[in-house]
Design a protein. Structure first.
Length: 219
């Protein structure tokens, strides 16, 4: 009789413990946030995320991708203009892509090492010292655009012959300093559309400046 009563009284107690145990063992897995929706507050974190995306989204394995030439990131509104910001991103991706297994090349090497009182130099942007042709398969290009308090940075690796994109990435970087983008006091920026065979006008100051610094490198 006593055993029956005890069993009757203890059954609800064990049932409650069973429910608590189920609740404790239940694991809620949060949905993974898309990396492109995050806003990064340091340029280093933004570059690391961009590099990881380029590696993860690559449609080819790094060993099959071939050699990649890295270019400076440019202003989305002026694709022939960069800044310290754009150059820093490009330089950083040399290292980040290399350590992720990509074959990266730098076409800015001279035919010889330049030595002067300031030091020894090999890479240059002096167009007269660059090689006229560079053999490679793919190119890393990128753009940045200032939107309110953030900067949208887009990057893609593409086939230089077909234009086919084999990888891409995008990050949001929180920065409100217009000086590093060379866009201060430039609220209304104009977009010029020119044909591929556009020849700069020597009388135009901006065109004249561009004509002295542009050199096409064959692939």
């Amino acid at each position: 009789m006593f055993n029956s009563i005890a069993k009757y009284l203890l059954t609800p107690f064990f049932f409650v413990l069973f429910l608590q145990g189920c609740n404790q063992n239940t694991i809620v897995i949060p949905k993974e946030k898309a990396s492109t929706s995050e806003v990064y507050f340091t340029i280093n974190d933004a570059i690391l995320s961009l590099s990881n995306q380029l590696s993860k989204n690559n449609s080819l394995s790094p060993k099959d991708t071939g050699t990649i030439t890295v270019t400076s990131f440019v202003d989305l509104q002026q694709l022939n203009k960069t800044s310290q910001f754009g150059r820093v991103i490009g330089e950083s991706l040399f290292s980040e892509l290399f350590i992720r297994g990509f074959n990266v090349s730098d076409f800015r090497g001279q035919n010889a090492i330049t030595i002067n009182a300031n030091g020894e130099f090999y890479i240059t942007r002096n167009i007269t010292m660059l090689q006229s042709e560079v053999s490679n398969t793919y190119i890393l290009v990128g753009t940045y655009s200032k939107i309110d308090q953030n900067v949208i940075i887009n990057a893609r690796i593409l086939d230089n012959k077909t234009g086919k994109i084999i990888s891409s990435g995008r990050v949001m970087y929180a920065n409100d300093d217009c000086s590093i983008f060379n866009i201060c006091n430039n609220a209304q920026r104009k977009i010029k559309l020119v044909s591929d065979d556009y020849i700069p006008n020597p009388t135009d100051k901006e065109s004249k400046e561009d004509s002295t610094t542009i050199r096409k490198i064959k692939f």
